[in-house]
Design a protein around this ligand. Structure first.
Ligand SMILES: [Zn+2]
Length: 542
């Protein structure tokens, strides 16, 4: 590390004196570098940052062709780094019928929309979420067959972890009472062993989606690029797909789409990702093709489902409920998968929402560390939603790192507290302060639950306020500086890329976002309203 830093500084120093391509000045510059938090000016050459410091020295690099960017009071920051999302799923959601609770609050409204859509053929709808509806009802064979027995209908829960279908959809998907449960997923059955119309977890949900997905393979490249434009507009310069190899349209095509879109000459985003669990063997070869625009980082494992869907695995029953959710793997299976990756030096990212899934995940990490010790494994816990103090001590000891889904707190925080979990469990939601106090790095993600909003994540982490303005456990508030790290430097670190991304330092890539206001200077409750007014990727303006 030290050797690299010296080389990088020498390299950067060697360019000082040569004319810069661009000089930024005239506004606040948040570097996210603790050694040099503010600067008057930044210079870049090609796609790299050369100098960060005072304006006078920066202007010594001004040549005939140097572009001068006067920020005019705006704020320059490192480009945002998304640590966990699902890009092609976003594209599919955009192309599907929206039945989310942000649009419809009752089952009657949802079934009306589905009925109307079914007149035009098979139906794929996204976003149904009983936890945020006033009259949620139930989606199952009964309610969906009542809409149509001829046309296949599939509705995906907002969490992505549950799909609801009519009999026709299950028939087209080739799933019947005798179908064995897929690895890491299941189909709900009644006491007599008959399917009820619900599929759980990625393998089952994916199979049902495939049955009604009308998008042809040639439509995917444009859809993928369009989906990335949404992240670009939010100020992201890197996104991390936590499900590379989902069968959209096929497992291999999914990886190729993401690689092609980020390696294209006119690419708008760096893309990196974790391959779905069954593709472990493909990782070493794919990693050899890694470059600065596209990187395969490691392996994704889903240990449980979603809290709002009551499928995340809890130690105790959900509030006013007789279920604890479900684990997708036994402890033995989970440990084996983690060990297998660790043995090959492959980073793992385990989706674990409930405190039981988190417990099993920590145990798997501990066992992997015993068998194949590493000083720097950067085991990732995706979501780490409901935790307790003892678990955090173990997470720190095993050197794991959490990525919190701040949309949970903002949109579902009230429902977690009142309906789904109750306190104290809801208060432990996204415990960033506890993580920080233990010296852990953390990141904030959208997980495709709602559009990615890094500025909202900063606000939520610093205020702990839900969309209704309720404060959920103020003890877990962190400073704005730390919250900013959660959308820049820390996700770079979680990807082993902190030497090239995540802060404004000489030698790093010139990936920036320009904001109309400084998040450290506005009212903390208004950070989400700050506008992204510019973005630079690889030294080039959008
Ligand atoms: Zn996810």
């Amino acid at each position: 590390m030290r050797k690299w830093m010296i080389l990088s500084l020498c390299w950067a120093a060697s360019l000082v004196g040569e004319p810069a391509d661009v000089i930024f000045f005239g506004g606040d510059i948040i570097t996210v570098n603790d050694q040099q938090p503010d600067a008057e000016a930044v210079t870049i050459k090609g796609n790299k940052i050369v100098f960060v410091g005072d304006k006078k020295t920066a202007f010594e690099q001004k040549g005939e062709k140097t572009e001068l960017v006067d920020l005019q009071g705006k704020t320059l920051m490192p480009g945002f780094i998304d640590p966990h999302t699902h890009v092609i799923l976003d594209a599919l959601i955009t192309a599907s019928i929206d039945v989310s609770p942000f649009k419809y609050k009752t089952i009657g409204e949802v079934t009306n929309v589905l009925k109307e859509a079914s007149k035009k053929g098979s139906v794929l709808a996204f976003g149904y979420d009983p936890s945020l509806m006033t009259d949620p009802g139930h989606l199952n064979f009964e309610t969906l067959d009542a809409i149509s027995t001829e046309v296949p209908i599939v509705v995906v829960n907002k969490s992505g972890h549950i799909a609801y279908g009519n009999h026709k959809a299950f028939e087209v998907a080739n799933i019947n009472d005798a179908t064995p449960k897929p690895v890491g997923g299941s189909y709900q059955k009644d006491k007599e062993g008959h399917l009820t119309g619900l599929g759980y977890e990625v393998p089952a949900v994916g199979q049902l989606i495939s049955a009604v997905n009308k998008i042809s393979p040639d439509q995917y490249p444009k859809m993928t690029r369009d989906a990335l434009k949404v992240y670009a507009a939010a100020g992201y310069t890197t996104v991390t797909d936590l499900g590379l190899g989902l069968p959209l349209p096929t497992q291999d095509a999914h990886i190729k789409l993401m690689s092609d879109v980020s390696n294209a000459p006119d690419a708008i985003m760096r893309v990196q990702g974790f391959l779905v669990t069954n593709l472990l063997d493909k990782i070493p070869a794919l990693r050899k093709q890694n470059n600065a625009m596209f990187q395969v980082l490691g392996l994704k494992i889903w240990a449980d489902g979603s809290i709002q869907g009551y499928t995340a695995a809890m130690k105790q029953n959900y509030k006013d409920s007789d279920t604890k959710g479900t684990l997708n793997f036994s402890q033995k299976q989970l440990t084996e998968i983690v060990m297998n990756a660790r043995k090959q030096g492959i980073q793992v990212a385990v989706h674990a929402n409930g405190d039981q899934a988190i417990e099993d995940t920590i145990t798997a990490f501990e066992k992997a560390q015993e068998a194949y010790p590493s000083n720097d494994p950067r085991f990732r816990i995706e979501h780490a939603t409901v935790t307790d103090p003892d678990q955090w001590k173990r997470i720190a000891k095993v050197k794991a790192t959490p990525s919190f889904t701040e949309h949970h707190l903002y949109y579902w925080g009230d429902a977690f507290q009142d309906k789904i979990l109750g306190n104290p469990r809801a208060e432990w939601l996204d415990a960033a302060k506890t993580a920080k106090d233990l010296g852990l790095k953390f990141s904030f993600n959208d997980d495709s639950l709602a559009p990615a909003q890094p500025l909202l994540f900063i606000q939520v982490a610093a205020t702990r306020k839900t969309d209704d303005g309720r404060e959920l456990n103020p003890q877990q508030k962190i400073s704005i500086d730390d919250a900013i790290k959660g959308v820049t430097l820390y996700p770079a670190w979680q990807s082993f890329r902190e030497k090239e991304l995540g802060s404004i330092e000489p030698g790093k890539f010139a990936d920036f976002v320009v904001l109309d206001q400084n998040p450290k200077k506005v009212d903390v409750n208004k950070i989400k309203d700050i506008k992204v007014v510019g973005r630079w990727l690889n030294g080039k303006h959008d």
